[in-house]
Design a protein. Structure first.
Length: 264
């Protein structure tokens, strides 16, 4: 996606003008085209059909159809090439609902130009090249589904796209989510994540899930591992090789047949 087409949806004219000004300000670092504006959900649907935007900057609280309801409508339309959604709102309490309707990011007003540019550039990168099909699959395959993990960090909410996840690892009371660029702490259990995202993630060991699409091979190694009976010992085993990371994760005996089948 070279120059993403962007639609602004907000019931307040000053808010729409503010976003339009920010888009103009970031043109040098983040080229994009503003293709329209809408002040309500129905007008937004008409504009989406007419302009086919790549990204929607969407307010949450609007009269009539709320931003969440509009996003849910878009995600449930199987015939629609769904645009990426960036929620722009003054309220942080809706963040947990954002990933349920496939939001790609969640910006709090007043929005900073650098934050808006970063969100647009990340989406443009994800929707280009080899990752385009992965994003489409994630939207359609996740059950009622979230497309992103929600992470609270430094008093802000970050939405981490599921397609960016390489692996998740249980460490003490937390689960650490790892992407190509960095890691994040989640307050969720591996079991609940596995149950929800079985089409996207596969367990390699009792304390680790990996993205099926990230697996590029396996190799032999000696590890101190849990041999499924709580007794740790040195043993020859297999470990999984993932793209975009040097970290190797041991494969348990129980999960070896599953992983072996994925790399054949």
């Amino acid at each position: 996606m070279n120059r993403p087409k962007i639609l602004i949806v907000d019931d307040e004219a000053p808010a729409r003008q503010r976003l339009a000004t920010l888009l103009s300000d970031i043109q040098q670092e983040c080229p994009c085209d503003l293709v329209g504006e809408a002040s309500d959900g129905q007008t937004a649907l008409d504009q989406i059909a007419l302009t086919k935007p790549d990204i929607i900057l969407l307010d949450v609280q609007m009269p009539g159809m709320t931003g969440l309801e509009l996003a849910q409508h878009l995600s449930s339309d199987k015939d629609l090439q769904m645009p990426a959604i960036i929620f722009v709102t003054a309220y942080d309490e809706y963040a947990l609902k954002a990933f349920e309707v496939h939001a790609m990011d969640y910006l709090l007003k007043p929005v900073r130009a650098s934050r808006l540019a970063g969100a647009i550039m990340r989406i443009s990168h994800l929707k280009s090249g080899a990752q385009k099909s992965a994003i489409t699959a994630s939207v359609r395959d996740l059950p009622a589904a979230r497309q992103c993990f929600s992470v609270v960090e430094r008093n802000r909410v970050l939405l981490i796209p599921v397609v960016e996840v390489l692996f998740l690892k249980a460490e003490q009371k937390y689960v650490t989510l790892h992407t190509k660029l960095r890691s994040y702490l989640l307050e969720e259990s591996l079991t609940s994540i596995e149950d929800e995202m079985v089409k996207m993630l596969v367990r390699v060991h009792r304390n680790a899930l990996v993205a099926r699409s990230a697996i590029i091979g396996v190799e032999r190694a000696t590890h101190i591992i849990d041999a499924e009976n709580e007794n740790e010992k040195a043993t020859e085993s297999w470990q999984v090789i993932l793209r975009d990371t040097q970290e190797r994760l041991p494969i348990s005996r129980r999960q070896w047949p599953v992983i072996k089948g994925l790399v054949r």
